[in-house]
Design a protein around this ligand. Structure first.
Ligand code: F6P
Length: 317
């Protein structure tokens, strides 16, 4: 088989490990594997190059993606996707492995509908692909966030301040929820809990009056302007308050062993699925077992993760 592999959307630590696994598993099977640079944009521009084992040496431990990535909203247009199909035909590519998040899956589904064999591999720090318990990159981003929040606790405690820390995750609560839990944040505000500003201010004021010296508030992105919120906390609660947006540092760095392992398993599994003549699917992990569902289903699935973590927050916060 001639297999193409690309990364698309926001980069995530562990994507390189997935690329390596696709290339090595493909070559072990006697396939030819082609790296496609810069996501779907590179695909339509024909940035397609055959990879050897050596091309993926020493990348297992590297953050980012050696293939580069891009967001290409124009891929929604059929005439743009036609260019992609033409490039695949020109290069005799039989199947495509697309590593990324829901935008990547949407592109893969559209290509599937145009007759291209595609497999989606979940790579995003957001953990927002419900067809997999975890996505490649989430573990590393969580580590990065926890490291930063621990440091912010040190300085908040020394200065008796409230610290508001904004983490990424797009519309998914997981990065905020997990990092808030792991760092013992006093308040965890996510797209799921919503921001009840009056309650937060009142609670902080009460805590301050009760003599609690500092407070950590972890909040998901896109919920409010955290700098304005910090000002309001200062004005109302009696705490000095600082806001920190962790931002893009959450996307970089050396992948954790968990991400390397997940990426290696999923990359090799994607190749196996193609050899079983299975395509048009998204692979993932569920209860530590590899599994796949159709790309359509993967995009429609709502997260059914158990709510025990949310309950845990209310018990031990
Ligand atoms: O999907 C990953 C992510 O980092 C989100 O957490 C964030 O909302 C978004 O990408 C930022 O996207 P961009 O790199 O296009 O600014």
């Amino acid at each position: 088989m001639r297999i193409g592999v690309l990364t698309s959307g926001g980069d995530a630590p562990g994507m390189n490990a997935a690329i390596r696994a696709v290339v090595r598993a493909g070559l072990s099977n006697g396939d030819q594997v082609f790296g496609i640079y810069d996501g779907y944009r590179g695909l339509i521009e024909g940035k397609i190059f055959e990879f050897t084992r050596k091309d993926v040496s020493e990348i297992l431990n590297r953050g980012g993606t050696i293939l580069g990535t891009a967001r290409l909203p124009e891929f929604a247009y059929p005439q743009v996707r036609e260019l992609a199909v033409k490039q695949l035909q020109k290069n005799d590519i039989d199947a495509l492995i697309c590593i990324g998040g829901d935008g990547t899956y949407t592109g893969a589904l559209k290509l599937t509908e145009m007759g291209i064999k595609c497999i989606g591999v979940p790579g995003t720090i957001d953990n927002d692909i419900a067809s997999s318990d975890f996505t490649i990159g989430f573990s590393t981003a969580l580590n990065t966030a926890c490291d930063a929040i621990d440091k912010l606790r040190d300085t908040s405690s020394s200065h008796q301040r409230c610290s508001i820390i904004e983490v990424m995750g797009r519309h998914c609560p997981d990065l905020a929820l997990y990092s808030g839990l792991c760092c013992g944040a006093e308040y965890i505000i996510t797209s799921k809990t919503g921001l009840d500003k009056e309650k937060l201010l009142a609670d902080l004021k009460k805590n301050r009056l009760q003599g609690r010296k500092h407070a950590i508030v972890v909040i998901s992105e896109n919920l409010c302007d955290v700098y304005s919120l910090a000002k309001e906390v200062e004005e109302y609660s009696g705490y000095e308050c600082r806001a920190t947006i962790l931002g893009y540092i959450q996307r970089g760095g050396t992948p954790t062993p968990e991400d390397r392992l997940l990426a290696s398993r999923l990359g090799a599994y994607a190749v196996d699925l193609l050899h079983q003549n299975i395509s048009g699917v998204a692979c993932g992990i569920h209860e530590n077992k590899l599994k796949y569902v159709s790309l359509k289903e993967a995009l429609l699935m709502e997260s059914d993760r158990d709510l025990s973590l949310e309950e845990l927050v209310t018990k031990i916060q």
